[in-house]
Ligand binder design. Sequence first.
Ligand code: SF4
Length: 453
Amino acid sequence: MLIDTHCHLEWNSYDADRDAVVRRAEQNDVRRLLTIGTNLPDARKTLAIVQTYPNVYGAFGIHPHDSQTADAAVYAELKAMAGRPKIVAYGEIGLDFFKNYSPREAQLAAFAAQVRLARELDLPIIIHDREAHEATLAILRAEGGSYRGVFHCFAGDEKMAEEVLALGFHLSFTGSITYENKSKAHRIIREMPFERLMLETDSPFLTPVPHRRERNEPAYVRLVADQVAAIRQEPVDEVIRQTTLNAYQLFKFENQGRRPEIAYEYKGALYLNLTSRCTNRCSFCAKFPAFTLDGHYLALERREEPTVAEVLDAIREPAKYPEIVFCGFGEPTLRWNDLIQIAKALKSRGARRIRLNTNGHADLINKRAVAPEMKGAIDAVSVSLNAPDAAAYRELCRPAFGERTFSAVVEFIRRAKQFVPEVVASVVEVPGLNVAAARRLAEESLGVPLRVR
Ligand code: SF4
């Protein structure tokens, strides 16, 4: 499933065949489209479009080209419309010192005013910056704090990318990365954190090769994904999965307005959701694409991760459940100290059995052997062994700690057995996995049962 995080379906050139354009996107597995209205009349059109097409979501703001049309009445109407369903971001806003269709003073004033408005609305900001890098950064710095948002069609250099990422923004790239002489953009794509990268078409503009002379459309975002895959030397499926996840985390789409659940009931047990971060990128991870499990919405941004007190508050009667499980859609041992504190508090409040579901990276994450700390707090550990050897593990799980990870997982299982009454290893049955070899490792070498999921 792909997402085109920036297109302009409002554009008149789609008036004759907008239905077909959206349909072609769906046929090409582009399941979410974010269409951007760039002035007040287009913003009204955005509202109509997102109501017409289930998979299309919207954003709007006054584009730098239209800055001179912005006044208090315009902002008031945009503000009112931003609360409507399926409006998931504010923008694109920013500066365009290349075309200068609006005077620079008007652009600067409109940009600063709209950064404040987007923050007031608590929406991610979509930034347009063309030949105005320093002035754009100056306004963002002056407004202060960190941001949720994206620099669309990022065109700065490595130093600017570093600062923009440090401010909290994502970077997104268009079909222009398929053109010649784009080595700077390619270097940034290659080096930047994968979890901050997004794909867009900017349709109807910037059509990727080999359609360059045609009108662009969201279906072509797949060509942008192909190019990113070639640049980063990653399988294209992995580029699609990661960029889709990134877009979901930023814009939320159908999950907009939903609060992630901290404690949720599942199959009779109570599950605790401490983080959505993980030190693996497993090809089979269940959090893709929409961060929901059995109707429970679990995507936690870092700033939303619950405190120990919030977790304990969310569990009214721990003794009521046959089992309480640290699980969620991330790796709970990234919050090791909190996890142990919560487990001990739950035990003192009568929790019957506490299980930890983990990828087994806890020692690497916490830079010490943590198994002894589980004694008396954790009753069962289920470790995702996932593979029979380091090579298969690296291929399936793409661990952040690299080569040494698999042996650390094996060692974690060995140590956990000394301090936890019940330790289980697990694998997910995926094509090509040698389950028999994983079973031999778990049962014969490590002395723990293997659960095949
Ligand atoms: S370890 Fe678990 S949460 Fe992390 S990527 Fe793999 S399956 Fe997903």
